[in-house]
Write a protein that binds this ligand. Sequence first.
Ligand SMILES: Nc1ncnc2c1ncn2[C@@H]1O[C@H](COP(=O)(O)OP(=O)(O)OP(=O)(O)O)[C@@H](O)[C@H]1O
Ligand SMILES: [Mg+2]
Length: 177
Amino acid sequence: MTRIVDELLFLSRADMGEVKMEHLPVQLDLLIEDVHRQASLLGQERDIQVVLSATTSVVVLGDELRLRELFLNLLDNAVKYSRPSGTVDIALTIYQGQARVSVADHGIGIAQEDQPQIFDRFYRTDIARAHTKKGTGLGLAICTWIAESHRGQIEVQSQVGEGSTFTVMLPLVSPLA
Ligand SMILES: Nc1ncnc2c1ncn2[C@@H]1O[C@H](COP(=O)(O)OP(=O)(O)OP(=O)(O)O)[C@@H](O)[C@H]1O
Ligand SMILES: [Mg+2]
């Protein structure tokens, strides 16, 4: 309950432009390695293997704590909506001059008609409700706000019963040689 209230307060403060965002260089590959470690521990509870399949040295401008929250939310979903013994794959690459982080699972998936709505507050699919009671439907709304505050984007590709891939694109400061 406290978490829901905290998240709602955060989103309404964000709506009013009251949330402070840092604009500092963030070494994204180190952050991704770190969230990968955290997600691996999360995965162990459900016998889900979290794999960091690609990484590259990338610096973005932004707020490290918020970016961490963004990726942990995506990984939390990927683990939660996987089937036991599944795998989750994280990859950090540079694509079309931007940093691209993808989080892919082989879990329950999201129907085409639900895909635009899952980023709305409190929206949960029927498939997800049947799969688990855990969740309030605020995680992706927060992810969207964080991505957009970094002048980035978040997208989903998914098929029911096959799995989902969430992709975050963020502008680069500069690729390090
Ligand atoms: N990896 C995924 N696989 C399948 N469905 C997903 C996935 N990620 C998100 N969804 C769908 O999008 C909905 C919204 O996700 P969101 O993270 O906002 O909420 P939640 O996980 O249900 O709850 P919360 O994150 O607030 O604890 C989920 O309820 C689920 O229906
Ligand atoms: Mg969630």
